[in-house]
Write a protein that binds this ligand. Sequence first.
Ligand code: ATP
Length: 468
Amino acid sequence: MEKHLQHPVFKALANIAKKHNIEAYVIGGYVRDIFLQRPSKDIDIVVLGNGIEFAELAGAQLKAKVAVFKNFGTAMLKLQDLEIEFVGARKESYRSDSRKPIVENGTISDDQLRRDFTINALAISLNEANYGALIDPFNGVEDLYNQLIKTPLDPELTFSDDPLRMMRAIRFASQLNFKIDEPALKAISKQKNRIAIVSKERITDELNKIILSPKPSLGFNYLFDTGLLKLIFPQMANLYGVEVIKGKGHKDNFYHTLQVLDNICETTNDLWLRWAAILHDIAKPATKRFEEGHGWTFHGHEDKGARMVPQIFAQLKLPLNEKMKYVQKLVQLHLRPIVLAQEVVTDSAVRRLLFDAGEDIESLMLLCNADVTTKNEYKVKKYRNNFELVKQKLKDVEERDKIRNWQPPITGNDIMKIFGLGAGKEVGIIKNAIREAILEGDITNTYDDALQFMLLKAKELGLSPVTH
Ligand code: ATP
């Protein structure tokens, strides 16, 4: 493995280890990523002894500042673009009510035994006797080649000790396109309720990593099949299933959602647009009706879905800020381009969509494209074609009318001044009427037209301008 320790820092650390007679190893993700050919900037070093003291020796030698995390017994130093973390080798034991282990000093084998997966337990020696040797007690390299997530210890114990590892197993499987070893998978199903002792933030951290993986359906299928999804995100698990009445079924909205999510992942790495794909049909179970003569309907699922977004974000400890508003807006509007693509597209409908979507129009079009999951090739072609027409029309109307991020030419303040009004309902009525007239194309988007229109409208309300 020596050829993989090209960076001079490894030799420097080896020299410190030799000089002070301390054993040191590179361990974990950095070693795994060598085999996966994913060069990493995060290096974990484990030493037999005090990790913080070793870090301080390294910092002095390498002229780098050391950040010490006393509570964790770890220390970190940054060297160029590398982040090197030091920790003493540990032996861990667990109590049933906490993820926090009881920690004692241990050997390198003890330390490898406390790692979550065989592929994360690989170590490379930095010691003179066997510099560069790979230490792989659980055949992690074989599991890397076989693309398997496996635990070094009995998986039931591994997951019960620290249930976050269940999320990590699924996250690594999704990121790397690996399978979870059958006994480990069974153990997750069995231990799933232990997830209750993990903080929401940690769970959501892993969930977001699954969502950011190349094909998140891999992870979500594991989450669903093990029963974890129902515990951590019940609204999504609720999308599962097909009901049949009078021989008529609807599509399974869980698998449809996964397809939309995988589709959108081919066009964007944006976490929040991916979240919009997950949530676009979230209110379908709550709005589902069987209507005689029609079959299944989900009227208003976009409105209800948008209303569910803040509650879901709060429950998952996702940020309640403009990211949430963006997701909410996309859920709210997700049917609009589809409706446009099915009908004759009028300029006014396009202007309205541009006005409502504003700067998020491209995201919305990506979501709608991803939402086409029919297996019927003819329909797919037809929808995609119509979307192209809608896109062209959006472009034409935008170039002409500049509706995106548009503000009507007369503001509420103007209206108050002209008619000598205080803030009140009349101002809103006039403002809306001007906006509607422009969006409908009844008047042009100019101050003069808007002014004339406003004076007429005000007259209907019995208002006249104040003269100065
Ligand atoms: P990534 O950087 O993609 O998240 P990583 O494996 O480097 O991958 P870290 O969370 O930084 O992830 O963990 C570093 C190492 O610490 C892991 O490779 C693993 O050996 C160990 N580890 C991390 N979390 C746990 C855990 N909950 N239980 C056991 N070992 C863990």
